[in-house]
Design a protein around this ligand. Structure first.
Ligand code: UD1
Length: 393
């Protein structure tokens, strides 16, 4: 039995790139209340390359993880299973009062299952998002994590409705806004100091060249040679109009090589250390960028083409037109209120929509409610106003 203490011991879980910017504002906010919270940061090691992980710790000034599980890549079951085995050991030793998981990656569901079975309360940040597409691994992770969580913090009101329809009791659901936007708003000024535009030859004498940004990593887009070829064809067609900068996820580069599509892109493997010697490229792939460089690149783009979830939200707040290369989105508010258009992966559709958006550049729309930089504040207020979370270990 855990000894009584006034402190709530919290383990924050991060594992993959999109987790870091969601946990950072929460940890910062909780650190203002050392009388309530004792925080530990656990990194599962799902993402392990420096560009996918360490650079985010540096940019976001996140503390070094207290625990690193180092699970690495594998099949979904291997990755999820390894995280569960290792995280259970940590929980038995640390006896946390609360486990905080974010988003929808394999680290999220793996740690949530472990905590639920040890009867440790779970807070899920970014609960209730639904694409209604169960072929997406993230959708499975979202639905299951929500079912076993005790505090469901949502970014938009439609997420509350999704949860209620799935039978989750209303008193567990809290509409608090978007922690990823907390991070965006608190870093947008610092990101202006990034020299990424100069490094890419996009800014000269204070004039910024018109360019587009591309990111792709979803299995549904990059694991099928025909689909990937179709998208790359569309990008090459668009590149006749506007240069495309494509910071590429490691799995995407691997697949471009596996399918022998290298001639469809100009890959600059050593760009980050050596810079560019020739800036007149069309579809230019570079290694993944750090948070501040990417924020600077995205916020000056004429258009962004992506299959990421978070970028749909970030472009909405930045007022940058976004084409989502998927058949659905779990973030419909970015379409209804923001700058997002879901175009799928049909090459003609991608080209025609992008050209039409580039012609009519007037995409600033509404910023969704509570995407105001204060989501972490709301979450911590709710967690600290609850009766002390009791651990049953
Ligand atoms: C994961 C998330 C996805 C999120 C994405 C952000 C799941 C199910 N998916 O997808 O929701 O949008 O992160 O990036 O959790 N790899 C490396 N180095 C790394 C990490 C990955 O080379 O640091 C390569 C490996 O070959 C690995 C592949 O990328 O097999 C996929 O990595 P994985 O973590 O399984 O999923 P992501 O595609 O990154």
């Amino acid at each position: 039995m855990k000894k009584y203490s006034n402190l709530t011991k919290v383990i924050h879980i991060v594992g993959a790139r999109p987790n870091f910017m969601k946990i950072a504002p929460l940890m910062e906010e909780m650190s203002k209340y050392p009388q309530y919270f004792d925080q530990l940061l656990l990194h599962t090691g799902q993402h392990y390359d420096d560009e996918m992980s360490k650079s985010f710790f540096d940019d976001l000034r996140l503390t070094k993880p207290d625990v690193y599980l180092g699970v690495g890549s594998g099949t979904h079951s291997e990755q999820t299973g390894k995280i569960m085995i290792e995280f259970e050991r940590v929980c038995l030793q640390e006896k946390p009062d609360l486990v905080i998981v974010v988003g929808d990656v394999n680290s999220t569901i793996a740690c949530a299952i472990v905590a639920a079975k040890l009867c440790i309360p779970i807070a899920h940040i970014e609960a209730g998002l639904r694409s209604f597409d169960r072929t997406m691994p993230e959708e499975i992770n979202r639905v299951l994590t929500d079912q076993i969580s005790d505090y469901l913090f949502t970014t938009c009101e439609d997420a509350n409705q999704n949860l209620i329809k799935e039978g989750i009791t209303e008193n567990k659901i809290f509409f608090v806004g978007n922690v990823m936007i907390d991070t965006l708003l608190s870093h947008i000024e610092i990101a202006k100091n990034s020299n990424i535009l100069e490094k890419l030859g996009l800014r000269k004498n204070n004039k910024i060249k018109k360019y587009a940004v591309v990111t792709l990593h979803r299995p549904s887009n990059v694991d099928n040679p025909k689909i990937l070829m179709g998208i790359l064809n569309a990008l090459n067609e668009l590149a006749k109009e506007i240069p495309l900068i494509f910071p590429a996820h490691p799995r995407t580069i691997k697949q471009i090589r596996n399918f022998k599509h290298q001639e469809m892109v100009n890959h600059e493997e050593n760009f980050l250390s050596e810079g560019l010697n020739n800036t007149n490229r069309n579809v230019l792939t570079i290694p993944p960028l750090g948070y501040l460089d990417f924020l600077c690149l995205m916020s000056n783009a004429a258009i962004v083409l992506t299959d990421s979830g978070g970028i749909q939200e970030e472009t909405t707040v930045l007022g940058i037109p976004c084409l989502t290369l998927r058949n659905n989105t779990e973030r419909p508010i970015t379409v209804k209120e923001g700058t997002n258009i879901v175009v799928g992966n049909n090459p003609d559709n991608i080209i025609n929509t992008a050209l039409s958006v580039l012609k009519n550049q007037n995409s600033r729309k509404k910023i969704p409610k509570y995407w105001d930089g204060k989501a972490a504040e709301r979450i911590v207020k709710i967690l600290s106003s609850k009766p002390r979370l009791l651990n049953v270990l």
